[in-house]
Design a binder for this molecule. Structure first.
Ligand SMILES: [Fe+2]
Length: 336
C-alpha cells in the first residue's frame, strides 16, 4: 500500500485502516450520480453474477455456461440465478462515464496528495443502494474475484457517501484497523500472484505472457483451476468465521459527498441502516498497474464493460484506455 498512498495517507491507513481524504464531491456531481442510477432499473443489479461464472460452476463447460447466462438475461425476471440471495436493492457493477467525471472532480480538489507513485486502472464503479430491510454483504474481505480477474492486494476503493451516515442513521462502513497486523495483509498480493502462477502452470492461455480469464476457463486443466479457486473461497469463508469477532474495526461517520479510501482486500462491513429513506453509496475501484501475471479483461459479470479508464497519478489525469489495442505499462508488484 506504500506505493499507492502518500506518506501521510499511508500513516493514517496503518492506524485507522482507511484514509479520510477531507474531499467532498460537489452537489452537482452527486446529482449526476443519482440521476445516472435512477435511470438504471434494479434488475440491472449484477452482484450475484460473481457466483455464476463457469469456474464457480465447473460442472458446466465454460462456453455453454456463458451462453446459458446470456439467454437467461433475455428472460425478464430471470436476470439473476434463482439461488442468489437478495443483497441491496440495487448493486450495479459497471464502468459508467461517471468514473472520469468523479475522478477528475476529485483530482481538481487534491486527490493526488493522498496517492503515491503508482498509476491505476480505474477499473469499475459500483452503486450500492438499499433500504433498512435489505441485507448488505456483511463482514468479509474481497478475495480473488474471478470475474474481476485482474486485481492486486493494494486495490484502492474510492468510497463516496450519497447521504450522511452516522450513529443515528446507521449504515456506516467499518474497516479493519491496524492493517499491518492483519492476517490478510502480508498475503494479499502474494496469494493473487500465486494463483496466477498456478493458472499458468496448468496451461492457461496467455496474452503477452499474462494469464487471461478466457484462457483459464478453456484450458485442458480448467477443472484443477476451478478446484483451486474454490479452495481459496473456502479458506476465505473459514478465515472470516474464525476472525469476525476478533478483528478491531474503525466505524466511519461520513457526511453526504464525503470521500474516503480503503482497501477491499482487508475485512470490512456495513452496519444496519436505520432510516426510512434509501442508503446509497458510490464506489470506484482503482487497481494499481502491478505485474500480477494476470491480464485485465474488458468485460465482467453479465458481460458489462470494465477496465476502460486509466488514472494516471503522475500526470494527474484520467483517460480512456482500449485494452484491445493498448497494453498499459505494468510495474513490479512491491513485496511489502
Ligand atoms: Fe466488499
Amino acid at each position: 500500500m506504500r506505493s499507492v498512498l502518500s506518506k501521510a495517507a499511508y500513516t493514517e491507513f496503518q492506524s485507522q485502516g482507511f484514509v479520510r481524504t477531507g474531499l467532498m464531491l460537489p452537489e452537482a456531481d452527486l446529482d449526476q450520480i443519482r440521476a445516472q442510477y435512477q435511470s438504471m432499473p434494479a434488475a440491472l443489479s449484477n452482484w450475484s453474477y460473481f457466483a455464476s461464472n463457469a469456474i464457480a460452476r465447473p460442472g458446466e463447460p465454460s462456453r455453454k455456461a456463458r451462453l446459458k447466462r446470456r439467454l437467461r438475461s433475455l428472460i425478464p425476471g430471470r436476470e439473476r440465478p434463482a439461488t442468489s440471495p437478495k443483497v441491496y436493492e440495487k448493486s450495479i457493477y459497471g464502468s459508467t462515464e461517471l468514473i472520469p467525471v468523479v475522478l477528475r472532480a476529485l483530482l481538481e480538489r487534491g486527490l493526488k496528495e493522498h496517492l503515491g507513485d503508482a498509476s491505476f486502472l480505474a477499473a469499475h464503479d459500483i452503486l450500492l443502494e438499499g433500504t433498512k430491510h435489505d441485507h448488505n454483504f456483511g463482514f468479509h474481505d474481497d478475495g480473488f474475484g474471478w470475474d474481476i480477474f485482474f486485481q492486486t492486494g493494494d486495490d484502492i476503493t474510492v468510497f463516496i457517501a450519497l447521504q450522511d451516515m452516522s450513529e443515528q442513521t446507521g449504515g456506516r462502513l467499518s474497516v479493519e484497523r491496524h492493517p499491518e497486523e492483519s492476517i490478510l495483509f502480508a498475503e494479499r498480493n502474494r496469494s493473487i500472484q500465486a494463483f496466477a502462477r498456478y493458472c499458468k502452470d496448468q496451461g492457461a492461455g496467455l496474452e503477452d505472457g499474462r494469464v487471461t480469464r478466457e484462457g483459464a476457463e478453456t484450458c485442458r486443466r480448467r477443472k484443477h483451476i476451478a478446484d483451486e479457486y474454490r479452495r481459496m473461497g473456502e479458506e476465505r469463508n473459514l478465515r472470516t468465521r474464525q476472525n469476525y469477532r476478533k478483528v478491531e474495526m474503525s466505524t466511519i461517520d461520513m457526511k453526504q459527498g464525503e470521500v474516503i479510501l480503503f482497501n477491499n482486500k482487508l475485512f470490512h462491513d456495513v452496519e444496519t441502516w436505520k432510516c426510512s429513506s434509501h442508503r446509497s453509496v458510490y464506489i470506484i475501484r482503482c487497481l494499481p498497474l502491478y505485474e500480477m501475471g494476470l491480464c485485465p479483461p474488458q468485460k465482467f459479470l453479465n458481460d458489462v464493460e470494465c477496465n476502460r479508464y486509466i488514472l494516471d497519478v503522475e500526470a494527474g489525469g484520467v483517460r480512456p484506455i482500449d485494452l484491445e489495442t493498448e497494453t498499459p505499462t505494468f510495474v513490479a508488484c512491491p513485496s511489502t
